[in-house]
Design a protein around this ligand. Sequence first.
Ligand code: APR
Length: 313
Amino acid sequence: MRRKISVIGAGKTGATTAQRLAERNYADIVLFDVVEGLAEGEALDLLESGPILGFDSNVTGVTVTEGAGYEQLAASDIVVMTAGIARKPGMSRDDLVTTNQKIMRGWAEAIKQHAPNTILIVLSNPVDAITQYAWHVTQFPRARVIGQAGVLDSARFRTFLAQELGVSVQNVDAYVLGAHGDSMVPLPRYTTAAGIPVTELIAPERLAQIVQRTRDGGAEIVKLLKTGSAFYAPSAAIAEMVDAIVYDKKKIIPCTVLLEGEYGMQGVFAGVPVQLGANGAEKVVEWNLNAEEKAGLAKSVAAVQEILKVMGI
Ligand code: APR
């Protein structure tokens, strides 16, 4: 039987994620949305690109209503949650919390009921807190509830560094940990261009500017778009995570997971290096962070805890 991946939300991120995954030809895709016909329309259009692009993935869409549609989640190997409202200029990710929490609640309950063995990847913002909330409602093991933030933030950092150094993005390896927001923790010390730490290649003041642009990466795009937020790079980040799971890669990438004592923190979701494989977040990898990096991570986790208070968990 072919694998099944459900993508919740057929908006910009959901539809682009569905496209990237369908084109990989390793799973059938089901798109869900509350807007009548949107998921079905996006799915059919995508499906009809199959003969041209050479994929056999089946792509279907489901409009969910109060009581119906959720059962189509059954037998999903992976569920990707993108439903929610996106930022407008001037809004922070945290401003989305109340609306997106409500949307996550309905879906987390449905996932628990209809796809109790699935791996859930969450993208809806503020992602660290919304992922924690999804875990809180589903009570899934931590390996199966994973937030996407670090892959995206690291990709932004890599893009800016490659531009600065005039080298291929593939030469730049970078890691951004912590929460997906102003308190994120880019790690220049662990960031290299063809194996050389960028701290040896770029002056500290310039590096600080690039770090700041990375922190503001989402807002820079929101400001330009005016009516929504980024979706090409976020959906690419999800596809990298899904690849690692589908191919059981054991790939170490920054993901948002529940910390159970790692990095000295307990009971809170934050971005850390995680080994992703067939069972989901199989292992949290502990790096030897220096005092400044540890303090950055602690500050980031404290920011997530503030949002959790607003959410009432
Ligand atoms: N169930 C399913 N779909 C829903 C629900 C719901 N309860 N509520 C809203 N949606 C759908 C909307 O109808 C819309 O099609 O979610 C989709 C969101 O799409 P966009 O508005 O295009 O937003 P997008 O850019 O995809 O961002 C989605 O990802 O990056 C984050 O902050 C961003 O939380 C936001 C999410």
